[in-house]
Ligand binder design. Structure first.
Ligand code: UDP
Length: 389
């Protein structure tokens, strides 16, 4: 490879939920802005693995949609790190097979630097790059972007990673407590796509695009990439609110949730329904409130636009800390109990412009707009250094 060929940068992730891909795409977009000549790829690394692992990972969506308590149990069972025999056994077997495929993948694609935005692959990637270095004599810089901002799972941590990016001071402390060397942990913030930060649609543009009257209230309802939560019941409760708000309902990759939402009709033009959609910046910019599962991607995207959130659902484990973050920040409300409680919380914000403004200001203050750019710079710098440029 010549010194002038484009830098090869990889963002490894997997589509469990939508947040890992969203973070990877945010960093890739910033790389593109900093160095348009770079060859930057977002790669679903689990697609490279044996069919067994692909099937296991494919269970994530159905589990969190239908039996979230089971997910909570698994999260807790594997959260004790290397001390738990079960964790140790599964990890040893998984690491051996996944490492082998990752090594073959590195051989085929020859990246100059790699960032992972998914917990399942931190350790395998590091092990594969060590083997690659031994066999090929070149070191691939490797870092981790932890996309869960507070109570992330310990399996994210690989002490040998060159850098671990975290979103909050709590996550920085947790990363060190889980074994990451303190000088490799960088508090950068949650990576958000430049579409939400650098030139987002105005409220006026977004409403015109969606045919929502300027003086109506609008609520975005979403359950993350997998469409988690009682979306139809929530949509009905929001449509029944006194101010007759518009409800923008996004079902993500949840076809039965989407069908149930569509079965509600269009409520006189007030209900609009999407499956997995690419228009989140427009939908959020048009909304007064974002009612969502406690997914960090969605929460921080809404906050970047200054839109308060109402948490209507939360996965046990990695999202528990996000609930506390919203509660303590003033940038939203928490109403996890029922559709009625969620509707009350939404109405509280819709009917009180001053409260909405205060929450929106708190939301903006929590956003670190440079996060994805910081990660992109790290990738580019490391790639250049590894090429000796
Ligand atoms: N998202 C999207 N289209 C959809 C649903 C979700 O682009 O139809 C994006 C959303 O904007 C966010 C991510 O998917 O960036 C969801 O991430 P989050 O952390 O909120 O939840 P997860 O799906 O990872 O549990």
């Amino acid at each position: 490879m010549t010194a002038t060929s484009p830098l090869r940068l990889q963002l490894l992730m997997s589509d469990t939920g939508g947040g890992h891909r969203a973070a990877a795409q945010a960093i890739a977009a910033e790389v593109g802005l900093l160095d348009p000549s770079a060859d930057v790829r977002v790669v679903d690394i689990i697609a490279e693995m044996a069919p067994f692992w692909r099937a296991v990972v494919g269970l994530y969506g159905p589990i969190v949609r239908t039996v979230p308590w089971l997910w909570g149990g698994m999260f807790a069972a594997f959260a004790t790190g290397g001390r738990a025999p079960l964790w140790h056994a599964v990890n040893t077997v998984a690491l051996a097979t996944v490492r082998h495929r990752t090594l073959r993948y590195l051989d085929r694609t020859l990246p100059d630097a790699v960032l992972s935005t998914h917990p399942l692959i931190s350790q395998a990637c590091h092990a594969a790059r060590l083997a690659w270095e031994r066999e090929r004599g070149r070191r691939i810089p490797f870092g981790i972007v932890i996309t869960d901002p507070v109570t992330f799972h310990p399996s994210w941590i690989e002490p040998g990673a060159d850098i671990t990016f975290v979103a909050t001071p709590e996550a920085r402390d947790r990363a060190v407590a889980c074994g990451a060397p303190a000088d490799t942990v960088r508090l950068s913030g949650q990576p958000i796509h430049p579409r939400f930060l650098r030139d987002p649609p105005s409220r006026h543009q977004a409403r015109a695009a969606l045919s929502i009257p300027a003086d109506a209230h609008a609520v975005l309802l979403t359950g993350g990439g997998e469409g988690v939560g009682a979306l139809p019941a929530l949509a009905r409760a929001f449509l029944d609110l006194p101010g007759a708000p518009a409800v923008l309902a996004v079902a993500g990759r949840n076809p039965s949730g989407e069908a149930a939402l569509r079965a509600l009709g269009d409520a006189g033009g007030r209900l609009k329904v999407w499956g997995f959609c690419e228009q989140m910046p427009t939908l959020m910019a048009a909304s007064d409130v974002v009612a969502t599962k406690a997914g960090p991607g969605t929460v921080f995207e809404a906050w970047a636009l200054g839109v308060p959130v109402v948490l209507v659902d939360a996965l046990p484990g990695q999202e528990a800390g996000n609930v506390e973050l919203v509660r303590s920040s003033g940038a939203g409300r928490v109403a996890l109990g029922s559709a009625e409680a969620a509707a009350l919380a939404v109405q509280g914000l819709l009917s009180d412009a001053a409260a909405r403004r205060a929450a929106g200001d708190a939301a903006r203050a929590l956003t670190r707009p440079e996060a994805a750019r910081d990660m992109a710079r790290w990738l580019l710098d490391q790639a250049r250094a590894s090429r000796g440029e």
